[in-house]
Design a protein around this ligand. Structure first.
Ligand SMILES: C[C@H](N)CC(=O)SCCNC(=O)CCNC(=O)[C@H](O)C(C)(C)COP(=O)(O)OP(=O)(O)OC[C@H]1O[C@@H](n2cnc3c(N)ncnc32)[C@H](O)[C@@H]1OP(=O)(O)O
Length: 130
């Protein structure tokens, strides 16, 4: 019988503050989204194993589009493989709202459908059950 945690999905959303803009055009560095992946992976580990877990590595990361200050960014994780202590996660990030500075300093719009900006596969390792 397959593990009931296979397919477990966690989603976080976060406003990207202007204090994180790092490059021209208010572009945010790629590590910002990886930080969000670390948080969403942590909640997966808490839900599955009652522990925050440790990220062992990424087997794949693809940056598909820009993340900018003023975006509302959604990060998701789905459990795709369960080992003894390892849990492989499919991760994605998408922009669900975005600033429109050309329309005004605080103008923004909903991005519908969301724009997929990062995809990754990572492994979280949890301690042996005691
Ligand atoms: C999600 C977190 N809450 C937030 C973070 O991002 S933590 C910050 C970044 N990560 C770290 O600081 C972790 C540093 N690394 C470690 O502490 C260790 O390397 C480890 C705990 C991740 C693994 O060490 P160890 O317990 O000695 O590993 P093993 O006994 O050899 O293997 C256990 C299982 O893990 C699988 N595995 C190990 N390394 C990798 C890897 N690089 N990529 C994929 N899988 C890995 C290994 O195959 C074992 O799997 P099974 O238990 O057989 O399923």
């Amino acid at each position: 019988m397959s593990d009931p945690n296979l397919g477990l999905t966690v989603i976080h959303r976060r406003y990207v503050p202007y204090s994180h803009a790092h490059y021209g055009g208010n572009l945010v560095d790629g590590a910002y989204t990886l930080g969000l992946f670390g948080d969403v992976a942590t909640e997966v580990a808490i839900r599955m194993d009652g522990d925050e877990g440790l990220l062992a590595g990424y087997s794949e990361i693809r940056f598909l589009g820009p993340v900018r200050a003023g975006d509302v960014l959604e990060a998701g994780a789905e459990v795709v493989r369960i080992g003894r202590r390892s849990r492989e996660l499919r991760l994605w990030a998408q922009v669900v709202a975005r600033a429109e500075p050309e329309r005004g300093a605080s103008a923004a719009r909903v991005v519908d459908p969301p724009e997929r900006v990062v995809e990754a596969v990572a492994t979280v390792v949890v301690p042996t059950a005691t």
